[in-house]
Design a protein around this ligand. Structure first.
Ligand SMILES: [Zn+2]
Length: 285
């Protein structure tokens, strides 16, 4: 495992982070996240590398409640030809790490993808004898209907076509996928929340149990520096204006509330609480 296991308990829901890899500098996603700009955000400490860059993590989050075992986002995956060199044709021990954390793939009953980007759908499938087969054979795979319809029809992002073909379509073809609405309730404790902008059908995940609450961001924010600067949109944002509006709205709703915010790409401590900081926000770990 590349880093120690992170675990949080929200009422009856246990949340475990299993990391696939860490990215040492997030500028390829957030160009404004330069060492100089980040140095002006004093509270960012644990989310920066020793040389001052913005760290990012690619990890999955497993939610356990009762008999349910729900995987949120499935990272990049192995053996997949990808245009981003550090993500191309990976051979990482992610499934072994998942097993070591106590999660045999066959024990997972549900997979949710917050959106259908390259680093959120990868382990939906794995390569066996030249074919893409479901990594989690006993799971229902939940894809947002709006998100699915967008990526199944679009032609402007040629790089997304193989991602859709090897990591989304095989689940539909095998009848293992369900298209769900933006506010889908998975069980009494867990539901989706619309947070569009990064992609047209992007959803975050809300957890609520016994008076405790948490949110899994997905990619409406990639790094806590976007709390200080919600206008720092990602190069991967489908609609940068909408993504900034979503960050301002959601961080505003979260600020001062007892909601543990768990970042889908937040490195280091990965989670914290949002508070107001002047005209923007900060994350208290
Ligand atoms: Zn994304």
């Amino acid at each position: 495992m590349t880093e120690e296991l992170h675990r949080w308990q929200i009422g009856d829901v246990r949340i475990t982070r299993v990391q696939e890899l860490e990215a040492p500098d997030i500028r390829f996603v957030i160009p404004d996240a330069t060492v100089e700009n980040l140095a002006t955000i004093p509270w960012l400490g644990p989310f920066r590398s020793p040389n001052g860059h913005a760290l990012a993590s690619v990890h999955t989050l497993i939610l356990e409640v009762g008999e349910r075992r729900i995987v949120v986002d499935t990272c990049i995956g192995n053996d997949k030809p990808r245009p981003i060199p550090p993500w191309n044709m990976l051979k990482l021990p992610f499934l072994e790490d998942l097993e070591k954390a106590g999660f045999a793939p066959s024990s997972i009953d549900t997979v949710i993808c917050t959106h259908l980007h390259i680093d959120h759908v990868g382990w939906n499938t794995r390569l066996v004898d030249g074919r893409w087969v479901p990594t989690f054979p006993n799971a229902r795979y939940l894809f947002g209907r709006v998100e699915y319809e967008h990526w199944s029809r679009q032609t402007e992002r040629a790089d997304m076509l193989p991602v859709f073909a090897d990591s989304v379509k095989p689940l539909l073809e095998r009848g293992l996928a369900d298209l769900v609405e933006w506010d889908h309730q998975l069980c009494p404790e867990i539901r989706l929340m619309p947070s569009a902008g990064h992609t047209p059908g992007h959803a975050s995940v809300l957890i609520s149990s016994k008076g405790k609450r948490a949110m899994i961001t997905g990619d409406f924010a990639h790094h806590p520096c976007q709390m200080a600067h919600p206008e720092w949109s990602s190069t991967a944002d489908y609609d940068p204006v909408a993504s900034e509006a979503t960050r301002r709205r959601v961080f505003g709703d979260l600020a001062g509330e007892p909601v543990l915010v768990i970042g889908t790409h937040f490195a280091g401590p990965t989670a914290g609480h949002v508070v107001r900081d002047g005209n923007a926000f900060k994350l208290i770990v």
